[in-house]
Design a protein around this ligand. Structure first.
Ligand code: B12
Length: 218
């Protein structure tokens, strides 16, 4: 089957929350030699964008979002081993403490960022979702992190990214960590405004920015 068709099916299966179809399409993507990250970015994530819009318009409700999320995860179970097999970097580039901020339980994107950072040579301490500012800072200190990476999927939780940076400053710890931000509503403008060191619009972009930050750090 041509790759374009497979990508369309991946997206449609997420929208429909159809786990059988999403698994089958993920297998087809791999069989067609598609880059598994392409399947994530141009297939599964496209479906998520569609269901997100439908939710915003009141055309679907929370159960449909949950089914879409489960379908996404089902495909990731198949794609993840192939993504991890792409491991490019043997030398360890640095330690990243990665989590979703307080009040936010979206973790699909964060999980992809974790995997892609790992295959690019970072040690990732994934602290999960709904993390308070102080917990994030404590984890970063404990892990001796080089980078603190904060995911936020909602406009209502974006201020928590700013809070982490503000509190780091107040605690005189700002110079100790590079801070990266990302997630659906986050953009470069927001990152600049809150004084973050980096922003990534996708997992692949996040890894590129993380590497740049580390090479500048020296
Ligand atoms: C799936 C989903 C859910 C699932 C989440 C399941 C899970 N395990 O994650 C469930 C059903 C639980 C859910 C719940 C809710 N959701 Co919701 N959800 C979504 C949806 C449809 C998709 C998100 C997603 O997974 N995208 C796919 C991934 C791959 O993309 P991504 O997360 O953006 O990640 C990529 C990049 O952003 C980047 N990235 C991500 N994190 C980071 C971090 C760093 C450091 C970097 C550099 C990069 C980076 O890399 C990733 C991979 O390329 C979005 C719509 C949307 N368009 O985002 C709404 C959406 C985020 N949800 C929304 C809402 C309102 C809710 C609820 C409040 C609904 C409710 N009434 O209860 C709750 C909130 C719960 C909470 N407290 O967090 C709204 C938020 C609106 C706003 N205020 O901004 C959205 C935008 C839908 C909408 N259009 O209205 N949701």
């Amino acid at each position: 089957m041509e790759q374009e068709r497979i990508l369309e099916n991946l997206a449609a299966a997420v929208v429909d929350g159809d786990q059988d179809m999403v698994r089958e399409s993920a297998e087809q993507a791999l069989a067609s030699q598609m880059d598994p990250l392409e399947a994530v970015d141009h297939g599964l994530s496209q479906g998520m964008a569609v269901i997100g819009e439908q939710f915003e318009l009141g055309e679907v409700f929370l159960p449909e979002l949950l089914m879409a999320a489960d379908a996404f995860d089902a495909a990731m179970e198949i794609l993840n081993p192939e993504i991890k097999a792409q491991k490019k970097q043997i030398t360890r580039l640095g330690i990243v403490v990665l989590g979703t901020v307080k009040g936010d339980v979206h973790n699909i994107g964060k999980n992809i960022v974790a995997t892609v950072l790992q295959i690019n040579g970072f040690d990732v301490v994934d602290i999960g979702m709904d993390n308070s500012t102080l917990d994030i800072i404590e984890e970063a200190c404990e892990a001796k992190a080089d980078i603190v990476a904060l995911s936020s999927l909602m406009t209502t939780t974006m201020p928590a990214q700013k809070e982490v940076i503000d509190v780091l400053r107040e605690m005189n710890l700002r110079d100790r960590f590079l801070v990266m931000v990302g997630g659906g509503p986050v953009d470069q403008e927001w990152a600049d405004k809150i004084g973050a060191d980096g922003y990534g619009k996708s997992a692949v972009h996040a890894a590129r920015v993380a590497r740049q930050l580390m090479s500048r750090k020296g």
